[in-house]
Write a protein that binds this ligand. Structure first.
Ligand SMILES: Nc1nc2c(ncn2[C@@H]2O[C@H](COP(=O)(O)OP(=O)(O)OP(=O)(O)O)[C@@H](O)[C@H]2O)c(=O)[nH]1
Length: 419
């Protein structure tokens, strides 16, 4: 019998762990790997219509400065800062350029916005507003009537419009970003443009001509580009661990890497992908070699019809060089090992044919609880279904067979990297 004191001291840590893990779940920010957001470049500031006025020079030449360009929206990778896209809000707008001023002072450019995303983010343009913008004038207050024209003379306004369009649209057309489909890798830390800001308006200096010595007009700035874009995170990893819930994927990831993925006896402990890095030394030349391993939520039967969590997360292993199927060979497992393998194989096949071609290894986990015949049962079905995929028995919990597993995974990965 335990004394009261001992039983309390045994119970307390257990209560504490439960409470703290509950708290972490509740406060855990939502994992988002696919979102749509609106982005908008800032508008260009207005050009200024003004004239130099000095004591003995009441009708000086024009000196209105240009409006500043609107800020643009960029995207860049910030490695190590985010593992998903939940930090991005629905709308991102760069600020407008300020208006030009007299004395040839140009407006300042609007502040640009940079969207920071994790490596592996794919950006697609859904729609964009790129309508041809009409040239709008800013008139000097007071005298708005255009001067009278001589016979055969082109109107100031049409001449200025032609000139204004030429100048503004020349710059604007070079600032229209193409339909975007970016795929951002770890090295893409330099911001790339997604959406340009509008060009700043022209000051009246630009409209001084032989026919019009006192142009009293400037143009408004152009509006910034607007886009609806979709961001989708496809995690970058070399090896993806795929298995049914409770197969021991997180336990394996934690043993093989420094990851601290949550492990639990219940299904779907892993609710979003986790990455860990394996660092190993090559036996031949003792060079170091490292690669990333991803653990995604478990796949269940009917996953391809939208059941469970895992199916959506398969996008995170789409880019992996190879996949390892983790199968629980415990004879008391909810689904026997051979059926578990078949189920996974079918669901992967339904997702994308290419995915089963990536299966390079079957990890028979929980070997500490299984007998030889359980392993043979799995080996038989793997042999029948695949083209020579090896089956490696391990026990993640007891840390048995892990050295051989790392050796095997490294060799297979190296072979695939050479292809
Ligand atoms: N006996 C034994 N138990 C193991 C082994 N590996 C994992 N387990 C246990 O199996 C249970 C599930 O392990 P997890 O690592 O959370 O499994 P998972 O595949 O990540 O589960 P999901 O998050 O549901 O996808 C835990 O209770 C582990 O302690 C093993 O090699 N032997």
């Amino acid at each position: 019998m335990l004394s009261l004191r001992t039983s309390i001291s045994r119970i307390q840590p257990c209560l504490f762990i439960r409470a703290s893990s509950y708290q972490t779940e509740a406060t855990q920010p939502k994992f988002q790997d696919k979102i749509r957001i609106r982005i908008q470049g800032g508008d260009g500031g207005q050009g200024c219509s003004s004239f130099i006025k000095e004591k003995f020079r009441p009708y000086g030449p024009p000196d209105g400065g240009n409006g500043g360009d609107g800020g643009s929206v960029y995207v860049a990778v910030k490695p190590g800062s985010f593992n998903n896209l939940s930090h991005l809000s629905q709308i991102h707008k760069a600020s407008n350029g300020t208006n030009g001023k007299g004395g040839n002072r140009h407006g300042s450019c609007g502040k640009s916005v940079i969207l920071y995303v994790p490596p592996g983010t794919v950006i697609r343009e859904i729609s964009a507003v790129r309508s041809e913008q009409s040239l709008e004038w800013v008139q000097m207050p007071g005298k708005t009537k255009p001067p009278k024209l001589k016979k055969g003379q082109i109107s100031f306004v049409s001449e200025a419009t032609r000139h204004g369009k030429e100048l503004l649209y020349y710059r604007a057309s070079s600032m229209i970003s193409g339909a975007a489909e970016y795929s951002l890798e770890e090295c893409d830390t330099t911001p790339q443009i997604l959406c340009y800001g509008g060009v700043g308006g022209l000051g009246n200096v630009h409209f001084l001509s032989e026919n019009n010595r006192s142009p009293k007009f400037a143009t408004k700035g152009l509006t910034g580009e607007q886009k609806l874009i979709e961001l989708e995170l496809k995690t970058i990893c070399e090896i993806g661990l795929v298995g049914l819930p409770n197969a021991g994927k997180s336990t394996l990831l934690n043993c093989l890497t420094a990851s601290k993925s949550k492990v639990g006896e219940y299904e779907f402990t892993t609710i979003y992908p986790k990455i860990g890095t394996i660092k190993t030394t090559m036996p031949d030349d003792h060079s170091s070699f490292q690669y990333r391993l991803a653990d995604i939520p478990g796949i269940i039967k009917g996953a391809s019809d939208g059941k469970g969590l895992g199916y959506d997360f398969l996008r995170h292993v789409e880019r992996a060089k190879m996949l390892c199927l983790v199968i629980d060979i415990n004879p008391k497992a909810k689904i026997p090992a051979d059926q578990a393998f078949q189920l996974l194989w079918d669901e992967l096949n339904k997702y994308e044919k290419n995915l089963i071609n990536k299966v390079a290894l079957v990890i028979a986990n929980k070997a500490d609880t299984a007998a030889e015949q359980d392993l043979l049962l799995l080996k038989a079905i793997v042999e029948r279904t695949t083209k020579g995929v090896a089956v490696l028995p391990v026990s993640a919990k007891k840390q048995e067979g892990l050295e051989g597993l790392v050796r095997g995974m490294t060799q297979l990965l190296q072979q695939r990297l050479l292809v």
